[in-house]
Design a protein around this ligand. Sequence first.
Ligand code: TTP
Length: 220
Amino acid sequence: MNQTSPSKITKKKFSIAVEGNIGSGKSTILSLLDKSYLCDVVVEPIESWTNVNGHNLLAMLYKDPVRWGMTFQAYAQMTLTKLHALQTKKPVKVMERSIYSARYCFVENLYRSKILQQVEHEILNEWFNFMTENGRCNLDMIIYLRTSPEVCLERIKARNRPEEKSIDLNYLTALNNLHEQWLIQKKPYVPCAPVLIVDANQNQELVYKEANEYLTNLVC
Ligand code: TTP
């Protein structure tokens, strides 16, 4: 594990986002952290993306990204902002992803691949800037589940979500590079909080153990 250190937790609620490529194991770690007396876990609303009043927007995105990329990212940005705003009770609030990875990784990738038009990128960016100004989406720490795209692909195949059948190594490599630029190289985007880097190619119980030990130390 590798990290820049946030200061110890004080009385203020501590907000953490768990980040990492598709298939890096965020959901597994979050379901384990959810059992901790320290953490309230708020998960990404994937069900709301697969059922927007009867529309499977995630499936629509993968089937026709040029048509649905903007719609999906606008909706994801909104649902993730709601998670940032959610009030929780325990000392640590742990989020699955954040508005930042939606913007810096997914939107950026669609734009660079010429799937999003410049004007769509401008509009998403303006919304993003508005939603993140005045500390509205502040985080105290980011846990980065660092994985190789190959491992992610294996896990995605094993879990076999019907919407994700078209995901390939090129797509995962592009997303991996954008996570790395943001959370490791810290350019062109700088993470808004210290980053704890966990090797998430390893067994997921070990990943959980590392993250949980780190959080316990922060509180005690
Ligand atoms: P992830 O947010 O990576 O969630 P996951 O359940 O795959 O994570 P893990 O395997 O680590 O537990 O992706 C969920 C799906 O949503 C995935 O198909 C990618 C897609 N997605 C986008 O297309 N754009 C976005 O902005 C986000 C946040 C997700």
